[in-house]
Design a protein around this ligand. Structure first.
Ligand SMILES: NC(=O)c1ccc[n+]([C@@H]2O[C@H](COP(=O)([O-])OP(=O)(O)OC[C@H]3O[C@@H](n4cnc5c(N)ncnc54)[C@H](O)[C@@H]3O)[C@@H](O)[C@H]2O)c1
Length: 322
């Protein structure tokens, strides 16, 4: 049974992953090579937790307990040597992940499970330097940002790991109330990011062609397809509408829609102009640099609201397949 956890990398994702496990009572060692980062992250976690409490997602009493459950390390050996489950959230560089897993393989007990939060690297490539036995205890566990709020975790089940080890990991995520999905093939982007890119490609193309203003395009998504998607996945939506209708509309629309195989040039133009979004004060919309924290908090508030509401309709499978 998984009890002791280590998270490697205390950046955007590692911080949230560590606090997520700690909220549910797990003992978490958080390691980073950057001592400056380790100094700041403790306070950032406290601010996150206070925000969750303010929004009524956790009780105030959970804050000190969660803070006590996280221990900070600048020595990797000390951080991982007695752990049952280690997840890395270090930069997306294959060689760095390979070397890190090799080091972990050398110093960790043989039963320790290793996982990666990679967004784009193949599991097989990341496992290249570890022992054959360890390959049976390695997988991808891919979170969405902010990982302590977004419910989804994508779990790889690519044939290298015995069913009982995989189930141990599912049980772990069940215990922290994540909505995990089983991904059966080692493909770039797994499932959720591929779906998201498909939507984003058409959204950017609609803006590029001047079909509607940015506010209206986002509104169309939020109050059209995405309004249903939060409660009903695409396949169930198709079944409800009728697959005959979806085939005809697909034939009519897909041939006139964007089918580019690279990012929309509009994005590159904006990047060139320094319009990177919230972090530079302008992207598709303008943001006040003085209220950036507020902007991000508003975004998180909406997610927490959605998370709370979703407890009422979450179900394991959309519709019985029997
Ligand atoms: N940011 C996202 O939205 C997102 C979402 C899902 C997955 N991911 C993936 O998560 C991973 C981390 O992304 P991030 O956005 O948190 O990056 P980040 O740059 O915010 O954090 C990376 C952290 O790793 C530390 N680090 C660097 N080398 C290290 C090492 N050898 N050992 C331990 N720590 C080390 C850095 O000091 C930094 O604190 C990447 O693989 C990324 O693709 C990111």
């Amino acid at each position: 049974m998984i009890k002791k956890i280590a998270v490697l990398g205390a950046g955007t994702m590692g911080k949230s992953i560590a606090e997520n496990f700690a909220i549910y009572g797990y003992d978490v060692n958080l390691f980073d090579i950057d001592e400056g980062r380790l100094k700041n992250v403790k306070n950032e976690i406290k601010i996150d937790l206070e925000f969750l409490a303010e929004e009524g997602y956790i009780k105030d009493s959970v804050i000190p307990e969660t803070m006590n459950n996280i221990h900070y390390f600048s020595d990797i050996k000390e951080a991982v040597v007695d752990r049952d489950f280690i997840t890395e959230s270090i930069p997306e560089i294959l060689e760095l992940k390979q070397e890190t897993f090799k080091l972990l393989d050398d110093i960790c007990p043989e039963q320790t499970i290793f996982t990666s939060n990679t967004s784009s690297l193949g599991l097989n490539d990341m496992m290249a330097l570890v022992s054959e036995n360890r390959k049976e205890r390695m997988m991808v566990t891919h979170y969405y940002n902010p990982a302590h709020i977004m419910p989804i975790v994508e779990l790889s089940y690519f044939g290298n790991m015995p069913e009982e080890v995989y189930q141990e990991v599912e049980y772990l995520f069940e215990s922290i109330k994540k909505q995990y999905i089983k991904v059966l093939k080692d493909v770039p982007g797994l499932v959720a990011n591929r779906i998201q890119q498909g939507i984003a490609r058409e959204v950017f193309s609609i803006i590029e062609q001047g079909i509607a203003e940015p506010e209206d395009v986002d509104k169309a998504l939020m109050f059209g397809p995405a309004f249903r998607y939060a409660t009903t996945g695409q396949l169930e939506v198709a079944d409800l509408g009728g697959l005959d209708i979806w085939s005809i509309v697909g034939d009519n629309l897909l041939k006139v829609m964007d089918n580019r195989t690279e990012a929309n040039p509009l994005l590159r133009e904006k990047v060139k102009e320094g319009k990177l979004g919230v972090k530079t004060g302008e992207g598709f919309f303008k943001y006040n640099p003085e209220t950036l924290v507020q902007t991000r908090n508003e975004f998180n508030k909406r997610l927490i609201y959605q998370l709370k509401v979703s407890q009422n309709y979450i179900k394991k499978a959309p519709i019985s397949t029997k």
